[in-house]
Design a protein. Sequence first.
Length: 169
Amino acid sequence: CPSGYYQPHWGRGTCDVCEEGFYCQAYGQALCDVCPSGSYCDPHELNNVTGVITPEPCVPGHYCPNSTEYATQNKCPAGTYSNTNSLSNCPVGRYGNQTGLRVSTDCPLCDSGYYCDRPGLTEPYQPCHAGYYCAVGSTSPNPTLCPSGAYCPEGTPNPVPCPAGTYQP
């Protein structure tokens, strides 16, 4: 059989096209090869009715494990991104509240007043501790101590000046 086709039974006069998720690159294959991780194999999407001869790279915002059949089969879930052949978690200091993110910078920075202390979060983790304030992208519940003359309740994005007649040592 020519490339793109296979024949599992010796002596049979017809050849079969590989199914989605598989491909045939060599002449005379008895079985189709599994589409490798990072690629997809769909002869119909590639407008190739003779069978997929070469796996196509996975599209950004999606991930392609072995046997992926079409380009948009596996959209990256919330908290993850992919611009290569593997799925990665949004990094510490960021979160992913949408699906199909392509690069780590598509994951928004953690909101001010909150912290994101672990990878793969789908929303900001928790508000910052009282007595501290958290700027955008904070990775700790107590990143910056509240300064003298201001107070910082839980979840404070910026120090709040003490009212007249009061003070914070």
